[in-house]
Design a protein around this ligand. Structure first.
Ligand SMILES: Cc1cc2nc3c(=O)[nH]c(=O)nc-3n(C[C@H](O)[C@H](O)[C@H](O)COP(=O)(O)O)c2cc1C
Length: 229
């Protein structure tokens, strides 16, 4: 499978087989790969809890909000629930910049995780709609903040991509065969045309740009000169 195919295949799945569970060794490997993603300032402030024990999975499940757009579906029924969770945490003592940086790290890490999972036949769902009760349930120290829950397992549903239609409706939906449809915006709707050359008024410091004049930093050195220091 090419990386392009893997990206297309890595869809959110919310219904899972019960006859197979991801093993702990595999989940540890997924976390290792998650941690190889970029991190602002390379601060790496994220931490993870792997949950596979059935009793704890059962306690976590009711604390999660599933598929808000599917208003007549309360979430996976017994017999189709996740077999494991990876709880993503922020170690506030390791946060070196604004929270947005940690959230950016989180997106990168969980995408790594889900891509690596999909390549092994394991799929999942990021869940941002969780109860703060999870923190207490896991007995976590105060400095570790729960940012996201990733539910995982072997899939028991089919998910297909489609284009967002002229109405602009981005809500996912299920058809009569229980196939889950996910509308994605067309490439032409997300590409913004910008001039290929900056105009004179586009300089952030407000000064006019003159062709052939190298941008000089405050200390008078050019970017290439500074790089050598
Ligand atoms: C940050 C984040 C939070 C999400 N939270 C939830 C959630 O609370 N419950 C849920 O069922 N899905 C959640 N999702 C899954 C999205 O609904 C899903 O990504 C979207 O429908 C697009 O489907 P796709 O992942 O297959 O592209 C979340 C996704 C992201 C990235």
């Amino acid at each position: 499978m090419t990386i392009d195919e893997l990206i297309e295949r890595t869809r959110t799945v919310r219904r899972f087989r019960q006859d197979r569970s991801p093993d702990r060794k595999t989940l540890r490997e997924l976390v290792r790969l998650a941690c190889l993603g970029g991190s602002a300032r390379n601060a790496q402030p994220l931490r993870y809890v792997i949950v596979t024990r059935e009793r704890l999975c059962n306690r976590i499940f009711p604390l999660l909000g599933w598929a808000g757009y599917l208003s007549d579906w309360p979430g996976p029924a017994p017999g189709e629930r996740p077999q494991a969770y990876i709880i993503c945490l922020l170690d506030e003592e390791r946060l070196a910049g604004p929270l947005t940086e940690a959230c950016c790290d989180l997106g990168i890490a969980t995408q790594n995780l889900l891509l690596a999972a999909a390549s092994r036949g394991i799929f999942g769902c990021r869940i941002g709609a969780f109860s703060g009760e999870i923190h207490r349930l896991l007995g976590l120290p105060e400095r570790l903040r729960v940012l996201l829950v990733v539910a995982l397992g072997y899939p028991a549903e089919r998910v297909v991509l489609e284009e967002v239609g002229p109405s602009g409706d981005v809500r996912y939906w299920r058809d009569a065969q229980q196939v889950h449809h996910v509308p994605k915006r067309r490439l032409d709707d997300v590409l913004v045309e910008a001039p290929q050359e900056p105009g004179p008024e586009s300089r952030s410091d407000g000064t006019a740009h003159r062709a052939g004049t190298a941008h000089r930093a405050d200390n008078g050195s050019s970017p290439s000169e500074r790089r050598d220091r």
